[in-house]
Design a binder for this molecule. Structure first.
Ligand SMILES: [Zn+2]
Length: 241
C-alpha cells in the first residue's frame, strides 16, 4: 500500500511539474496582435486567411517554418469535426510544390458534433490549427498517389488513430504541445461537445497526459513520415551507422 501511495505521489509531482511548464508557455493573443504586420510579412506568403482568424493562423504558422511558402487557404465551412485539412483534388494532378491545401474550420452550427471554433481560447485555437498544419506538413512529404492511398487507409479506424496521434505529436514536436494540451483538456473535460465526439477524441487522439509526456520527450524523437510514426533519435542514428 505504501509503495502504491509513493508511486501516486511521484506521478502527481511529475504532472505538477508539467502543469508549470504548460502555464509558462500559455499563448496570449495581445502579444501576437502587436506584431501582426511582422507575422504577415514572415508567415503570410501564399496564405489566404479569414481576417477574424488572422492572428491565430499566423501564430500557428510561425511554429511551422517548413510551410512558409506552401499554398494554404483557411476557410469557414462545413467540417465533420472542428477543423479538417486536405489538398484540393485538382492539386493532386499538379507537381507537389504547387498543391493548394484547404483548412476548413467548422462554422458556427455547421456540425452537430464538433466544437464551435469561437468557443475556444486563443491558445486552444492555435493548438487546434497547429494540429491541422501537422496534417499539411505530412501531406507535403507524400507523392500525389501517396496522399490518395492515405485517404483510402484513413477510412479504417486503426490507421485513422495512428495518423491522428502522429499528427498530434507533430504539433508537439513543433512546440505546440501546451496549446494542444489546453484544447484537448477543454474538449474532454469542460466543453459541451456531444459524448460521441468526446469518445472519438479519446479513441483517435492523444489524451492530455500523453500530450504532457510527449512534450517532455519531444527532443529525443524524430518523425518518420513514411511510416507515420516517431522513432527515438538514438535508434535512427544506430541505423545510419
Ligand atoms: Zn486531424
Amino acid at each position: 500500500m505504501k509503495k502504491l501511495l509513493l508511486i501516486c505521489l511521484l506521478a502527481n509531482l511529475f504532472m505538477w511539474a508539467d502543469a508549470q511548464f504548460i502555464a509558462v508557455n500559455y499563448l496570449q493573443k495581445d502579444s501576437f496582435t502587436n506584431h501582426l504586420e511582422a507575422l504577415k510579412d514572415n508567415y503570410g506568403m501564399n496564405k489566404i486567411i479569414p481576417p477574424v482568424l488572422e492572428t491565430e493562423c499566423l501564430t500557428a504558422l510561425q511554429f511551422y517554418p517548413e510551410l512558409k511558402t506552401v499554398n494554404i487557404e483557411f476557410r469557414f465551412g462545413k467540417a465533420s469535426t472542428t477543423m479538417s485539412s486536405r489538398p484540393t483534388l485538382s492539386s493532386l494532378l499538379k507537381n507537389r510544390n504547387k498543391r493548394l491545401y484547404i483548412v476548413t474550420i467548422n462554422q458556427d452550427g455547421a456540425s452537430k458534433l464538433g466544437l464551435k471554433w469561437n468557443e475556444l481560447s486563443f491558445n486552444q485555437t492555435v493548438g487546434w490549427i497547429g494540429h491541422e498544419l501537422g496534417h499539411i506538413l505530412h501531406y507535403t512529404q507524400k507523392t500525389n498517389g501517396g496522399i490518395l492511398w492515405m485517404g483510402y487507409k484513413y477510412s479504417f479506424a486503426r490507421y485513422k488513430r495512428k495518423m491522428e496521434r502522429f499528427t498530434d505529436q507533430l504539433a508537439i514536436g513543433h512546440n505546440l504541445g501546451f496549446a494542444l494540451y489546453d484544447g484537448t483538456e477543454y474538449t474532454l473535460n469542460c466543453s459541451n461537445a456531444k459524448k460521441s465526439y468526446k469518445n472519438n477524441a479519446k479513441i483517435f487522439y492523444l489524451k492530455p497526459n500523453e500530450i504532457l509526456q510527449k512534450s517532455y520527450t519531444r527532443d529525443s524523437v524524430v518523425a518518420n513520415y513514411r511510416k507515420t510514426k516517431f522513432s527515438r533519435k538514438s535508434n535512427v542514428m544506430a541505423c545510419l551507422k
